[in-house]
Write a protein that binds this ligand. Sequence first.
Ligand SMILES: [Zn+2]
Length: 286
Amino acid sequence: MTTRRKRLTSFLLALIVGLVLTRVMFETITDEIAIFGFHDIINLDNPQELPPQRRASDGDYTKQDLEQFIESLVQDNYWFLSSQELYDYFLSLNKKKIPSEHQGQKKVMLTVDDGYKSAHINLMSLAESIEAKYDKKIKFVWFINPSFMGVPGVELDHASCEELREGLTKGFYDLQSHGDHHKDLTTLQVKDLKQELLNSQRILRECTQELDTNKTIGSHIAYPFGETNNQVKKYVSKYYLSGYLYNNLTLKLGWWSKDNYRIPRVSIHSRIPVKKLVRLAAGGWL
Ligand SMILES: [Zn+2]
C-alpha cells in the first residue's frame, strides 16, 4: 500500500469513528419521547371484531398485543404523558418544573385517532385491568372528530360524548382535536379551515365542560392524514398550543428550538410486533 493510500484509509477510519461517536454522544445527551399513534383496537376474543363480521384493516392493533406493550411500560415505570403535560414540561417556552414524582422517569405518549367505539371499549377495559393489577393509571390521548361522536361510521361506529366522558372521569383519557370532520386541512379555504378548527374545539369543550377542570381539552390537534402546511399552521397556532404529525419519528428534546406544530408521531399498524414497540419506546429504532 502506498503511503498516500494508507493516509487516506486512516483519515476515512477516523472520520467514521468520529461520526459514530458524535451520534452516540447525541443520543446520550438528548432525551427522547416516543409518541405512538393507534387507530382501532380489536379484541381477538370478540368474534364481532374479526373477519368476516368486521373487515381487518392495516391500522388495527390487537388489545392483546397492546396489553403486553402497556404492561411492559408499566413494569418499567414509564410516565404516560397527556398532551398538556408534554406541552407544559417539555415544549412550552416557559416550561413548568417536572413534579418530583415524575423526575427521572422514562416518558411515553399513547395516542388514539378517529374516536372509534370499539377502541374505546377495549381501551377502557385495558386501563381498568391495568389499574386493578398495578394500581397505576395509564393515559390515552384521543384525537377526536367531534361531529362524528356517537355517529355510526361507514365501517366502524364512533364513541359518543357520554362514552368519552366516562374515560375522562376515570382519569384514563385526554381528549383533543383531530379536526371536526377529518378533512385534509391543507385542501381547505380559510373559512372552512377555521370552522374545522374552531367547531371541533367548541364541541369537544361543550361535551366535557364541567369535567375539564384544568381547561386543557381541545387545546392540541393531530392533523387528519398527518397533512399540514404554512396556512394550516398559521390558523392552528391561533387556536391550539400544539399540532401532531405522522412521520414515524420520535420526539428528541434538546437545546435547539422545536416547532410545536410539528410534533412527530409513529403510526402503528397490526404488523408491528410488541417487542419493536418496546424497543422504540426505549429510544431505539423501529
Ligand atoms: Zn385520522
